[in-house]
Design a protein. Structure first.
Length: 404
């Protein structure tokens, strides 16, 4: 059997993590790639600030919490091995990614290189830009066992009209881990800007943006980082700031209006922010980053991947279940097809049993799902506070539901 032996030392940590996670008392929550359960520290930070806003006013509460807000930037920066000046806060990862993409003044005939497994919202964004601006979207080929072929990226970016490379580190519909550091080196050597969606990565895989060699990296709070919904962040490299990159729709947060017909972007990554914030969520994000650092991303990620491996083993042994994950490296996301079932129906049946997973549909990843020959499935995403017993509970429930 794959897996940690849950002996006394692990048990002590696990009991503390679960004690500090109220939702563990009610659910087997295996949907951390959707939205993880918040630890108490995060919940209390959000509630505390909301109460303060109600008591003294929103602007006044934000002013009062100024030092805590700045500390949130520092906590997020530490997770990415960068500086607070390189962090912009956004509504979510998709908004962060769109802000980064809008910094490029693309023209008809320009090319974007991406992959066959990029996130649905990114794929739609690329196609929208192609329709509106006349750019071309090139998808690099995959390796035989899954995942983007770095040599294909290298070939495509040689085109003189290639303007940038955009890659989703871990796609939404499977556990595939793309070789973003290898691609980053290729882009750096070619002098091509590089944008990374790390939405499913932060909190389960250690990140050093210097090793990724990216110009921009977008992420969210709510997934493996265990923060609140409704807030994300964007890393902006020193190189991008020195180039003068700023978003198309920069506002009064990101720029100074100096003369009637002139503005100047602020010096740091805040040029990619908007004026209005849910500061309760900012403080929740900061607490989530601190909590994750306290657990250790390496510890959290190793245990989550171990639980995912156990899940693949248990589910793969059940009749009528096909594990869909491909690639030389996989993470704490397990995708599976259950014969005769729509993913959404399975999700509903499992929720009735107190088990949370999510559905995957063809439209979430048209190219990948078509290649796998499936239209629907389920996504199971354990995290470090989950247990082997919860994986057994899931497997038993799926065995009971059977195939049809």
């Amino acid at each position: 059997m794959v897996g940690w032996e849950e002996g006394p030392a692990v048990d002590r940590q696990l009991r503390r993590w679960r004690r500090e996670t109220p939702g563990c008392a009610n659910r087997a929550h295996l949907n951390n790639a959707g939205a993880a359960l918040m630890p108490l520290a995060v919940l209390e930070a959000v509630q505390r600030h909301l109460r303060r806003e109600a008591g003294i006013g929103g602007y006044e509460a934000a002013d009062e919490a100024g030092a805590e807000i700045e500390a949130a930037y520092s906590a997020v920066a530490t997770l990415l091995t960068t500086a607070p000046a390189n962090i912009a806060l956004t509504e979510n990862a998709t908004a962060a990614f769109a802000q980064a993409m809008s910094a490029f003044a693309l023209q008809r005939g320009d090319m974007i290189v991406t992959t066959r497994n990029d996130y649905i919202s990114s794929q739609i964004l690329f196609l929208s830009m192609a329709t509106r601006y006349g750019i071309e979207v090139l998808r690099a080929a995959d390796l035989p066992d899954g995942g983007v072929d770095p040599d294909s990226v290298r070939q495509l970016i040689r085109h003189p009209r290639c303007r940038l490379v955009a890659v989703t580190w871990v796609p939404t519909n499977s556990g595939l881990v793309q070789p973003v550091e290898v691609i980053g080196k290729i882009c750096r050597e070619a002098g091509i800007p590089y944008v990374v969606d790390a939405c499913q990565v932060v909190g389960q895989i250690p990140i050093d943006v210097g090793r990724v060699h990216c110009d921009f990296l977008a992420a969210t709070a709510r997934k493996f980082l265990r923060g609140p919904r409704g807030i994300g962040f964007l890393y902006v490299s020193d190189a991008a700031l020195e180039r003068g990159d700023y978003p198309l729709f920069v506002d009064m947060r990101g720029a100074r209006w100096t003369d009637a017909d002139r503005f100047h972007p602020v010096s740091d990554a805040k040029r990619f922010e908007n004026w209005e914030f849910a500061y309760a969520l900012v403080l929740g994000l900061g607490e989530a980053a601190l909590y994750a650092a306290g657990v250790g991303i390496d510890v959290a990620g190793a245990r989550a991947r171990d639980l995912a491996a156990v899940t693949r083993e248990r589910l793969g042994a059940l009749p009528g279940i096909r594990i869909l994950d491909r690639g030389s490296e996989v993470c704490a996301i397990v995708s599976a097809e259950v014969a005769g079932w729509e993913g959404a129906d399975i999700v509903s049946r499992l929720r009735e049993r107190g088990i949370n997973v999510s559905a995957i549909q063809r439209e979430f990843a048209v190219i990948d799902m078509d290649e796998k020959g499936t239209r629907s499935g389920i996504r199971i995403s354990p995290h470090y506070y989950n247990t082997h017993a919860e994986i057994d509970r899931l497997a038993d429930a799926l065995a009971e539901l059977g195939t049809r």
